[in-house]
Design a protein around this ligand. Structure first.
Ligand SMILES: [Fe+2]
Ligand SMILES: [Fe+2]
Length: 262
Protein backbone atom coordinates (compact mmCIF):
# COMPACT_ATOMS: atom_id res chain seq x y z
CA UNK A 1 0.00 0.00 0.00
CA UNK A 2 1.46 3.36 -1.04
CA UNK A 3 0.54 7.04 -0.61
CA UNK A 4 -1.55 8.97 -3.11
CA UNK A 5 0.35 10.99 -5.71
CA UNK A 6 0.91 14.71 -5.10
CA UNK A 7 2.90 17.48 -6.80
CA UNK A 8 5.06 19.79 -4.67
CA UNK A 9 8.75 20.17 -3.88
CA UNK A 10 8.77 19.20 -0.20
CA UNK A 11 10.51 15.87 -0.88
CA UNK A 12 13.14 17.23 -3.26
CA UNK A 13 16.78 16.65 -2.37
CA UNK A 14 20.02 18.20 -3.62
CA UNK A 15 20.69 15.91 -6.58
CA UNK A 16 21.22 16.77 -10.26
CA UNK A 17 21.33 13.92 -12.79
CA UNK A 18 22.25 14.46 -16.45
CA UNK A 19 18.83 14.85 -18.07
CA UNK A 20 19.38 16.82 -21.27
CA UNK A 21 21.26 14.22 -23.39
CA UNK A 22 18.37 11.74 -23.04
CA UNK A 23 15.50 11.39 -25.51
CA UNK A 24 11.91 11.92 -24.39
CA UNK A 25 11.00 8.21 -24.22
CA UNK A 26 13.97 7.45 -21.97
CA UNK A 27 13.32 10.44 -19.70
CA UNK A 28 9.69 9.42 -19.40
CA UNK A 29 10.59 5.80 -18.59
CA UNK A 30 13.16 6.90 -16.00
CA UNK A 31 10.65 9.26 -14.37
CA UNK A 32 8.11 6.44 -14.18
CA UNK A 33 10.62 3.93 -12.74
CA UNK A 34 11.98 6.34 -10.12
CA UNK A 35 8.44 7.37 -9.19
CA UNK A 36 7.51 3.73 -8.54
CA UNK A 37 10.66 3.35 -6.44
CA UNK A 38 9.90 6.58 -4.57
CA UNK A 39 6.44 5.45 -3.49
CA UNK A 40 7.84 2.06 -2.43
CA UNK A 41 10.59 3.75 -0.40
CA UNK A 42 8.01 6.09 1.15
CA UNK A 43 5.87 3.08 2.14
CA UNK A 44 8.97 1.51 3.71
CA UNK A 45 9.13 4.39 6.22
CA UNK A 46 5.81 3.26 7.63
CA UNK A 47 6.78 -0.42 7.34
CA UNK A 48 9.85 0.03 9.57
CA UNK A 49 7.87 2.19 11.99
CA UNK A 50 5.40 -0.70 12.25
CA UNK A 51 8.27 -3.18 12.77
CA UNK A 52 9.61 -1.05 15.63
CA UNK A 53 6.20 -1.13 17.32
CA UNK A 54 5.85 -4.90 16.77
CA UNK A 55 9.29 -5.45 18.33
CA UNK A 56 8.40 -3.32 21.33
CA UNK A 57 5.20 -5.31 21.78
CA UNK A 58 7.06 -8.63 22.03
CA UNK A 59 9.85 -7.41 24.31
CA UNK A 60 12.63 -7.47 21.72
CA UNK A 61 16.18 -6.37 22.64
CA UNK A 62 16.92 -2.63 22.30
CA UNK A 63 19.36 -3.03 19.40
CA UNK A 64 16.56 -4.47 17.23
CA UNK A 65 14.14 -1.66 18.14
CA UNK A 66 16.85 0.93 17.50
CA UNK A 67 17.74 -0.69 14.17
CA UNK A 68 14.11 -0.51 13.01
CA UNK A 69 13.85 3.20 13.90
CA UNK A 70 17.15 3.98 12.15
CA UNK A 71 15.99 2.07 9.08
CA UNK A 72 12.80 4.15 8.94
CA UNK A 73 14.93 7.30 8.83
CA UNK A 74 17.08 5.77 6.07
CA UNK A 75 13.91 5.20 4.05
CA UNK A 76 13.02 8.90 4.35
CA UNK A 77 16.34 9.69 2.61
CA UNK A 78 15.72 7.03 -0.04
CA UNK A 79 12.24 8.36 -0.74
CA UNK A 80 13.59 11.90 -1.15
CA UNK A 81 16.33 10.76 -3.53
CA UNK A 82 13.84 8.81 -5.65
CA UNK A 83 11.20 11.58 -5.69
CA UNK A 84 13.96 13.98 -6.77
CA UNK A 85 15.06 11.79 -9.67
CA UNK A 86 11.44 11.19 -10.73
CA UNK A 87 10.79 14.94 -10.67
CA UNK A 88 13.90 15.91 -12.63
CA UNK A 89 13.50 13.25 -15.35
CA UNK A 90 9.77 13.92 -15.61
CA UNK A 91 9.93 17.75 -15.37
CA UNK A 92 7.12 17.69 -12.78
CA UNK A 93 7.31 17.80 -8.97
CA UNK A 94 6.59 14.34 -7.65
CA UNK A 95 5.69 13.86 -3.99
CA UNK A 96 3.68 11.62 -1.68
CA UNK A 97 0.28 12.74 -0.49
CA UNK A 98 -1.61 11.00 2.27
CA UNK A 99 -0.78 7.42 3.17
CA UNK A 100 -3.84 5.41 4.13
CA UNK A 101 -4.00 4.62 7.86
CA UNK A 102 -4.63 1.03 6.76
CA UNK A 103 -0.91 0.87 5.89
CA UNK A 104 0.07 1.16 9.54
CA UNK A 105 -3.05 -0.09 11.27
CA UNK A 106 -3.49 -3.66 12.41
CA UNK A 107 0.13 -4.76 12.81
CA UNK A 108 0.13 -8.28 14.26
CA UNK A 109 2.44 -8.34 17.26
CA UNK A 110 3.16 -12.07 17.45
CA UNK A 111 6.54 -13.72 16.98
CA UNK A 112 5.53 -16.08 14.12
CA UNK A 113 4.19 -13.12 12.11
CA UNK A 114 7.18 -10.93 12.89
CA UNK A 115 9.52 -13.77 11.86
CA UNK A 116 7.66 -14.38 8.62
CA UNK A 117 7.70 -10.68 7.72
CA UNK A 118 11.40 -10.41 8.62
CA UNK A 119 12.14 -13.31 6.29
CA UNK A 120 10.08 -12.18 3.28
CA UNK A 121 10.26 -8.39 3.50
CA UNK A 122 13.65 -8.09 5.17
CA UNK A 123 16.03 -10.97 4.40
CA UNK A 124 14.58 -11.32 0.90
CA UNK A 125 13.09 -7.90 0.10
CA UNK A 126 15.85 -5.77 1.56
CA UNK A 127 18.42 -8.29 0.30
CA UNK A 128 17.13 -7.96 -3.25
CA UNK A 129 16.94 -4.16 -2.90
CA UNK A 130 20.58 -4.09 -1.77
CA UNK A 131 21.71 -6.34 -4.63
CA UNK A 132 19.80 -4.32 -7.25
CA UNK A 133 21.05 -0.96 -5.98
CA UNK A 134 24.65 -2.22 -5.81
CA UNK A 135 24.49 -3.63 -9.33
CA UNK A 136 22.85 -0.46 -10.66
CA UNK A 137 25.52 1.72 -9.04
CA UNK A 138 28.34 -0.35 -10.50
CA UNK A 139 27.06 0.09 -14.06
CA UNK A 140 25.81 3.69 -13.77
CA UNK A 141 27.66 6.44 -15.69
CA UNK A 142 25.79 9.36 -14.11
CA UNK A 143 27.87 10.58 -11.15
CA UNK A 144 24.91 11.95 -9.17
CA UNK A 145 22.74 8.86 -9.64
CA UNK A 146 25.66 6.54 -8.90
CA UNK A 147 26.26 8.33 -5.61
CA UNK A 148 22.58 8.04 -4.63
CA UNK A 149 22.47 4.34 -5.56
CA UNK A 150 25.63 3.59 -3.59
CA UNK A 151 24.17 5.22 -0.47
CA UNK A 152 20.91 3.32 -0.93
CA UNK A 153 22.77 0.01 -1.45
CA UNK A 154 24.74 0.49 1.79
CA UNK A 155 21.55 1.24 3.73
CA UNK A 156 19.56 -1.64 2.23
CA UNK A 157 22.37 -4.05 3.11
CA UNK A 158 22.14 -2.84 6.71
CA UNK A 159 18.35 -3.32 6.64
CA UNK A 160 18.85 -6.86 5.31
CA UNK A 161 21.29 -7.59 8.14
CA UNK A 162 18.81 -6.20 10.68
CA UNK A 163 16.14 -8.55 9.29
CA UNK A 164 18.48 -11.53 9.78
CA UNK A 165 18.98 -10.47 13.42
CA UNK A 166 15.21 -10.15 13.95
CA UNK A 167 14.57 -13.51 12.32
CA UNK A 168 17.35 -15.13 14.37
CA UNK A 169 15.99 -13.71 17.62
CA UNK A 170 12.47 -14.91 16.78
CA UNK A 171 13.75 -18.41 15.96
CA UNK A 172 15.93 -18.56 19.07
CA UNK A 173 13.15 -17.51 21.44
CA UNK A 174 9.86 -18.42 19.73
CA UNK A 175 9.80 -22.23 19.72
CA UNK A 176 7.86 -24.47 17.33
CA UNK A 177 5.23 -21.90 16.29
CA UNK A 178 7.93 -19.62 14.86
CA UNK A 179 9.81 -22.44 13.14
CA UNK A 180 6.56 -23.68 11.54
CA UNK A 181 5.68 -20.17 10.29
CA UNK A 182 9.17 -19.70 8.86
CA UNK A 183 9.02 -23.08 7.12
CA UNK A 184 5.70 -22.09 5.51
CA UNK A 185 7.21 -18.76 4.42
CA UNK A 186 10.19 -20.52 2.87
CA UNK A 187 7.87 -22.67 0.77
CA UNK A 188 6.07 -19.53 -0.42
CA UNK A 189 9.42 -17.92 -1.17
CA UNK A 190 10.49 -20.79 -3.44
CA UNK A 191 7.30 -20.32 -5.49
CA UNK A 192 7.45 -16.52 -5.75
CA UNK A 193 7.59 -14.82 -9.12
CA UNK A 194 9.74 -11.82 -10.00
CA UNK A 195 9.62 -10.44 -13.52
CA UNK A 196 10.66 -7.11 -15.04
CA UNK A 197 10.67 -5.81 -18.59
CA UNK A 198 12.66 -3.11 -20.35
CA UNK A 199 10.35 -0.12 -21.02
CA UNK A 200 9.24 0.24 -24.65
CA UNK A 201 11.42 2.49 -26.81
CA UNK A 202 14.35 2.50 -24.38
CA UNK A 203 17.87 1.39 -25.28
CA UNK A 204 19.12 -1.28 -22.88
CA UNK A 205 22.65 0.15 -22.60
CA UNK A 206 21.36 3.68 -21.97
CA UNK A 207 18.93 2.35 -19.36
CA UNK A 208 21.77 0.65 -17.48
CA UNK A 209 24.11 3.65 -17.83
CA UNK A 210 21.39 5.79 -16.18
CA UNK A 211 21.38 3.57 -13.11
CA UNK A 212 18.57 1.11 -13.83
CA UNK A 213 19.22 -2.64 -13.66
CA UNK A 214 18.88 -4.68 -16.83
CA UNK A 215 15.65 -6.71 -16.36
CA UNK A 216 17.27 -10.09 -17.05
CA UNK A 217 20.05 -9.25 -14.61
CA UNK A 218 17.46 -8.19 -12.00
CA UNK A 219 15.67 -11.54 -12.28
CA UNK A 220 18.99 -13.39 -11.87
CA UNK A 221 19.89 -11.31 -8.80
CA UNK A 222 16.47 -11.96 -7.27
CA UNK A 223 16.82 -15.69 -7.79
CA UNK A 224 20.34 -15.71 -6.31
CA UNK A 225 19.23 -13.82 -3.19
CA UNK A 226 16.15 -16.05 -2.77
CA UNK A 227 18.36 -19.14 -2.95
CA UNK A 228 20.78 -17.70 -0.39
CA UNK A 229 17.90 -16.82 1.93
CA UNK A 230 16.48 -20.34 1.72
CA UNK A 231 19.84 -22.01 2.33
CA UNK A 232 20.76 -19.79 5.26
CA UNK A 233 17.36 -20.02 6.94
CA UNK A 234 17.06 -23.81 6.66
CA UNK A 235 20.54 -24.02 8.24
CA UNK A 236 19.35 -22.36 11.47
CA UNK A 237 19.34 -24.93 14.31
CA UNK A 238 15.66 -24.25 15.06
CA UNK A 239 14.77 -25.29 11.50
CA UNK A 240 16.58 -28.65 11.58
CA UNK A 241 13.49 -30.81 12.17
CA UNK A 242 11.54 -28.89 9.48
CA UNK A 243 14.21 -29.65 6.85
CA UNK A 244 13.52 -33.37 7.35
CA UNK A 245 9.78 -32.80 7.23
CA UNK A 246 10.07 -30.88 3.97
CA UNK A 247 12.31 -33.52 2.42
CA UNK A 248 9.61 -36.14 3.10
CA UNK A 249 6.82 -33.94 1.82
CA UNK A 250 5.70 -34.45 -1.84
CA UNK A 251 6.99 -31.52 -3.88
CA UNK A 252 4.49 -28.80 -4.76
CA UNK A 253 4.49 -27.35 -8.29
CA UNK A 254 6.51 -24.16 -8.69
CA UNK A 255 4.53 -21.08 -9.68
CA UNK A 256 4.53 -20.33 -13.39
CA UNK A 257 7.31 -17.98 -14.42
CA UNK A 258 6.99 -15.30 -17.02
CA UNK A 259 6.85 -16.84 -20.52
CA UNK A 260 6.12 -20.39 -19.34
CA UNK A 261 2.95 -22.17 -20.42
CA UNK A 262 0.97 -24.53 -18.23
FE1 LIG B 1 15.04 1.91 0.88
FE1 LIG C 1 15.29 -0.68 3.07
Amino acid sequence: MTAVRASHAAWIDDLTPEVNPLDAATRDALAHAWRDDAFAEHASIGAFTRVAMQLLAVGAPPELVEGAHRAALDEVRHAKLCFTLASLYGARWEAPGALSPDAIRGAVCELPVIAREALLEGCLGEGVAAALARDAAEHCDDVAVKSALTAIADDEARHRDLAWKILGWCLDTGGDRVADAVADALRALSAAEFALELPAGVDRAVWVSCGRVDPARAEALHEAVATQVGTRTWAHPAMASRVTAVARRPSTPRARRKGESR
